[in-house]
Write a protein that binds this ligand. Sequence first.
Ligand SMILES: Nc1ncnc2c1ncn2[C@@H]1O[C@H](COP(=O)(O)OP(=O)(O)OP(=O)(O)O)[C@@H](O)[C@H]1O
Ligand SMILES: [Mg+2]
Length: 259
Amino acid sequence: MAKRIDVSDLDIYYGSFRAVEGVTMTIEPRSVTAFIGPSGCGKSTFLRALNRMHEVIPGAHVDGKVVIDGQDLYASDVDPVGVRRQIGMVFQRPNPFPTMSIAENVLAGMRLNNKRMRKAEAEEVVERSLRGANLWNEVKDRLDRPGSGLSGGQQQRLCIARAIAVQPQVLLMDEPCSALDPISTLAVEDLIQQLREDYTIVIVTHNMQQAARVSETTAFFNIAGTGKPGKLIEMGPTDVMFSNPSQSATEDYISGRFG
Ligand SMILES: Nc1ncnc2c1ncn2[C@@H]1O[C@H](COP(=O)(O)OP(=O)(O)OP(=O)(O)O)[C@@H](O)[C@H]1O
Ligand SMILES: [Mg+2]
């Protein structure tokens, strides 16, 4: 299920503004890759380009290549909706559908995919996904209650359950813990550790300790100044990036000298 992602020479634009320039990287399957870097350097932009969410913004486009297990994501015959199904995304703020029940929230992605399901099958997907997201025990007695009635950390795990319900090959997470308290953060980090066995996971984080705890590979992005494009500065094993990076900008950032 997990897929390898090869990005080559990717430029990402909002209209004529080039937000990200010349990124080449490989993201390994069954691993966690962390993206770090100062605000505005293009981490979210780059993440969204990996599942073609970027294009939903009018005028937004990319140049270059993203290849997932040999398939060119931006080839003319590729359906972006299918791409977003294979490559799930979890956002900074938990965004469950407020009027839907917990169970309906988990199934929302599958229903969008027009998948008709028997009741028993739907129940099985709900349980499997909620167990996978480490939330089952907390909600199993109130599956028909609104998703908005959960705590922030529970809502974020519900969104993760919704993302994994469709069994995506890749899971992209944009600062998934930034709105969570430390206990919920640990629950989500535990979950990421479990999910890495089956998925290719990319997580954007501003929390250096979190990157060090959850990822085996870290990519540092930086920006030369306002209006300039963000660039990938270096990428490598997380322990090396945090103990002995090869670029001084990386060292400055991780040691808190800027950003
Ligand atoms: N919808 C948009 N339209 C135009 N420009 C955008 C849009 N979204 C982001 N940008 C610009 O693209 C650049 C990169 O933004 P992005 O959100 O990717 O940065 P980031 O690294 O995720 O920052 P943060 O850490 O604050 O989340 C910024 O200059 C930003 O202003
Ligand atoms: Mg961002």
